[in-house]
Write a protein that binds this ligand. Sequence first.
Ligand code: HEM
Length: 488
Amino acid sequence: MELKNWLVWIIAALVFVFGVLKRLNGWYYEAKLGKLWPKLPPGDMGWPLLGSTLSYLKHFTSGHPRNVIHNLSIRYGKSDMYKAHLLGRASIIVCTSELCRQVLCDEDKFKPSLPRSITLLSGRKSLMQVFKAEHRRLRRLTTGLISGHMVLEMYINYIQHTVINGLEEWASMKKPIELLTEIKKLTFKIIWNIFMGSSSIDSSIGEIEPLFTKTALGFISLPINFPGFIFHKSLKGRKQLLTILQSIINQKRLVKEREGKKWEAKDMMDLLMELKDEEGEELDDETIKDLIFGKLFAGHETSAYTAMWAILFLTNHPHIFQKAKEEQEDIIKRRPTTQKGITLSEVKQMKFLYQVIDETLRVSGITFMVFREAVVDVEINGKIIPKGWKVIPWFGELYMDEKQFPSPREFNPSRWDNFVATPGAFTPFGLGNRYCPGSDLAKLEISIFLHYFLLSYKVEQLNPKCQRTCLPFPHLKDKCLARVHKVE
Ligand code: HEM
């Protein structure tokens, strides 16, 4: 046979194999689900094992996660749900506010179920992974320490002190700084103090925070524990962190033993060490470490990314910067001369600043999605979500809904003047039983940070055209390289 004919045959065979492989995963699920299959939402199950993970990750790393739904709607038409195979699991992406609300508020049909990468990295006993009675019990115990008027008032001084020092230090730096990295150190310091305030450890906070960052990188990744893969590095980070947490527990147990009846709980870790179950058994070390680990992570990364975006949006919109600054100056003018620093009631008067934070959360899409799993076959609007499938409320899409938020890409905090989004359309802190217990603390931290920033500082971004990437959260690839200037 001539060489040309061979080539034709080889290309035809490759096209055939490619076509079969591309459909294999879909055929597998079609055979598995039988007559349920035609009732599933439109979509594509992608390649065997990998599904569509790599192409989805590509959209996230290139800073365009919205392309996911955009591409699906071009291929399959506009739909309220799409099927896909992501991060190793058959999944249904949910993208209307009504359906997101339904999924988040019905724990009988949808249980929390994080991707395997997050489960392995955050630990199986973290609050995000426990269910029903166990979840209610641990949540009740730990929420009291991060929410409520009295508790927040207790933290205000430490937050102020940390923020003022941080801003001063950045402005005094001769070299440009990675603003995101610096803000993360700051929010970590705050949350560490709240959870472990009474512990003295050998490793400094400056060493521990980067370990969290390293671990977080693998949260949305293929869970392949092999050298060279992000997930492998993240697992190593988690191991190092757990060793540090274990040494703190050991130290605390020694102090508790030494002090006997005089011992009193002083921070969240102490409290967890005191907690007993129905049989009078104390929590084991694994549970304590996972709970603390989960909260330390949830409590500093999201707040830091939000604060960074708020600064950038304000800096790039001078008229909004000015309006927000005037609100803060008014607060200072009304302040009695004897009062030192900010109070909680002042923070509550920062109406426009809160709108800036909401608008930042909307436009930046920090919480782009959350994860659930169908406990039973669920029929919604004539379509089936099969039992055991992941369900992903895709918040990022809702925040850019033209009907709900006209000119959605525009950063416009004034859109929130007397405006309340329809239920489920704006849920940066989640909804239902899993609503973020740290939302008030996060807003408090960010407001205090923006208060001092607006009054006396400016940021000069060194690469204003720097590209975005969205893993683990949306940020600039240069981590916002900038100079911070103090202004008169
Ligand atoms: C801007 C900052 C923050 C954002 C955008 C945010 C967002 C969220 C969202 C969307 C959820 C719900 C996840 C789900 O439904 O699966 C959540 C849960 C959670 N957040 Fe936050 N969060 C922030 C700050 C904080 C802070 C400061 C803390 C702690 C100090 C915290 C602790 C938690 C915990 C423990 C959960 C799990 C709750 C549960 O499963 O019962 N978060 N957060």
